[in-house]
Design a protein around this ligand. Structure first.
Ligand SMILES: NC(=O)c1ccc[n+]([C@@H]2O[C@H](COP(=O)([O-])OP(=O)(O)OC[C@H]3O[C@@H](n4cnc5c(N)ncnc54)[C@H](OP(=O)(O)O)[C@@H]3O)[C@@H](O)[C@H]2O)c1
Length: 243
């Protein structure tokens, strides 16, 4: 299988790259900083390729997707994205635009480009890593992040409707907390207090199973699905207290 992972230089994307490399797949990872890639990642793996890429750079993104898509593309995973909480620092204009262009624009452009190849070969699967933040109606401190992930879910639904008749699957991955270095960095080095947090290995097991089964949407862990449903039922006055 030929697998392209945008945002594959760390965290969930990198863990997925390891998984597919270990299976013997041909894997390409892309990210802005290839120096983040562990030295052992490609050990013994002739099938690893790495692209220095900022997904907000539309021509560069097109070059990478088109280059790797020859001789074919079976699986595109878009993990590139970032979180920002305005509780401690206000969002400035450049971070706002960067979040929109990375979390939404990059994902949409990548899906469109990969879909061209997959439509021509009449097979393939598009996958995006959204977040349970995108299911929450109210997310104090990270409302823009939440809106970008809601957009990812909507875009996945639109691409699924458009591509299903041609045999191309679209899978939206909706994780709760995953114990990545980035999440720890956002939590002063320790994210273990986050509710129902999963290890990267547990997240990879969930994500790869959802991909294998060509599921439309996978929300995990199950406890998070219920917590989100409960939070979405809270009355306005309680939400105001939460803020
Ligand atoms: N960890 C969680 O608890 C959690 C929960 C729900 C959803 N998610 C989502 O899962 C995804 C991965 O999160 P993570 O925790 O694994 O974070 P991470 O380690 O920071 O991974 C983000 C990846 O995206 C890449 N990236 C960021 N901006 C980019 C850009 N402009 N162009 C190209 N690549 C870019 C980063 O690489 P470079 O820095 O090299 O560019 C990195 O490889 C994100 O979309 C996040 O929103 C995470």
């Amino acid at each position: 299988m030929r697998v392209l992972i945008l945002g594959g230089t760390s965290g969930i994307g990198l863990a997925l790259a390891r998984h597919y490399l270990q299976r013997g797949d041909t894997v390409a990872v892309a990210g802005r900083d290839l120096a983040r890639l562990p030295a052992d990642l490609g050990a013994g793996a002739a099938q690893l390729q790495a692209y220095a890429l900022d997904v907000t750079d539309a021509p560069a993104l097109a070059r990478v997707v088109q280059q790797f898509s020859v001789p074919g593309l079976d699986l595109l995973i878009v993990a590139a994205g970032f979180y920002f909480n305005t509780r401690h620092h206000p969002l400035d204009a450049s971070t706002t635009l960067r979040m929109l262009r990375t979390n939404v624009g990059g994902m949409e452009q990548a899906f469109g480009l990969a879909a061209e190849t997959m439509l021509a070969q009449q097979s393939g699967q598009l996958v995006a890593i959204a977040s349970v933040a995108g299911l929450l109606h109210d997310y104090p401190g990270a409302s823009l992040y939440s809106a970008t992930k809601r957009s990812v879910l909507s875009l996945c639904a639109a691409y699924r409707t458009a591509l299903q008749p041609f045999g191309i699957a679209v899978t939206a991955i909706v994780p709760g907390y995953v114990d990545t270095a980035q999440l720890r960095a956002l939590n002063q080095g320790d994210a273990s207090h986050k509710p129902f947090i999963l290890s990267e290995a547990q997240a990879v097991a969930q994500i790869t199973q959802a991909i294998r089964l060509r599921e439309a949407v996978r929300v995990f862990p199950w406890q998070m699905r219920w917590l989100v449903a409960l939070l979405n039922c809270l009355p306005a006055w309680l939400l105001a207290l939460r803020r």
